[in-house]
Design a protein around this ligand. Structure first.
Ligand code: THU
Length: 135
């Protein structure tokens, strides 16, 4: 299963749903579950700026709301309109660490189809997780 064929059109569709009137920086996310379902995510901004929800977390929260749980996710693709693909913010990395496997692929794309592939674990090395609370 190649990245371009299966995820690019979907994540670009998700991006169109962004509510980003303040930054005008629309971000899309396309989250695939291990059982083959998928969830669109988009950033949702607010006039009270810090309330903003990123596209990555939006897709994960949507999936959890539909009954999926930590460990159920297979891959996430994100997209932006920029010279190069941008990578998830720190808050999203922490939430992915909580809900996704460390080796889950994270595909970062832009409008030209450029793609950078990483994983949740690579994006948050030595990350804090529930395991740390059990010490
Ligand atoms: N944004 C995301 O949706 N995901 C990220 O990982 C980085 C930033 C959004 C938040 C805000 O609406 C806009 O991009 C500019 O920061």
């Amino acid at each position: 299963m190649t990245f371009q064929k299966h995820y690019f059109n979907e994540v670009r569709e998700a991006q169109k749903r962004a509510h980003a009137p303040y930054s005008n920086f629309k971000v899309g996310a396309y989250l695939v579950t291990k059982d083959g379902q998928s969830f669109y995510g988009a950033n949702v901004e607010n006039a009270a700026y810090p309330m903003t929800i990123c596209a990555e977390r939006s897709s994960l929260v949507a999936a959890i709301g539909q009954g999926y749980q930590a460990g159920d996710f297979a891959a996430i693709t994100i997209t932006v309109d920029a010279d190069q693909p941008s990578s998830p913010c720190g808050a999203c990395r922490q939430v992915m660490k909580e809900l996704c496997d460390d080796d889950m692929p994270v595909y970062m794309t832009n409008q030209t189809g450029e793609m950078i592939e990483s994983t949740v674990g690579e994006l948050l090395p030595l990350g804090f997780s529930g395991k740390d609370l059990n010490n």
